[in-house]
Design a protein around this ligand. Sequence first.
Ligand SMILES: C[S@@+](CC[C@H](N)C(=O)[O-])C[C@H]1O[C@@H](n2cnc3c(N)ncnc32)[C@H](O)[C@@H]1O
Length: 153
Amino acid sequence: MDEFVAPHVGQLIGVDVSGEMVKKATARLAHLPNVRFVEGDGYTLPLPDASADLVFTHIVLQHMPRHVTRGYLADVLRVLRPGGDLVFQMPEVGQGTPNDPPGDDTFEMRFWTEAELRALLEKLGFVWRSVKRYPVEAPGVRFHQLRMHCSKP
Ligand SMILES: C[S@@+](CC[C@H](N)C(=O)[O-])C[C@H]1O[C@@H](n2cnc3c(N)ncnc32)[C@H](O)[C@@H]1O
C-alpha cells in the first residue's frame, strides 16, 4: 500500500513492531526516496510530537488487546500536527462475531462498536469526522469493517 501512497505525500514513515517486516519493507521500497520504515515498541509510535499530517492504519489495530489500541490512539494524537487526520480500520461487532481472545493473542481479531470507538476518540480529544462501512461475510459471521476518520483540533 505504501508504494501507491508514496507518490502523493512528501514523506512516508511506516511503523511495525516486527524488525523482520521493517527489513523486508525497506528492501522492497528502497527505490522510493521519500519512504522509510521504523521498528516500534508495539505500544507507541517512534515519531516526534506534532510531526505527522496523516496517520493511517489498516488491519493492525484489530489484532491488539483493547488497552494497547487505546494507548496507540492516544499516541496518534501526540504525533499529529494540529488539523492532522487519523484514518483507521476496525471490525465492528456483528452477527456471530466472537468475544475477545485472551490478552496475549495477537492473531485473532477484536470487534468494537462504532459508539465505543467514537466515545474513546472524543474522550482522547479527537474531532469526529466520518465512518464508512464495508460488509464482510464468512462462515457463521456477518459484520462490517469500519473505516473511521477523525482529526486533531
Ligand atoms: C495483517 S498485517 C497488516 C500489514 C499492512 N498494514 C497491510 O495492510 O498490509 C499486521 C501487521 O501489524 C504488525 N503489528 C502487530 N502488532 C503490532 C503492534 N503492537 N504495533 C505495531 N505493529 C504491529 C505486524 O507485525 C504485521 O506486520
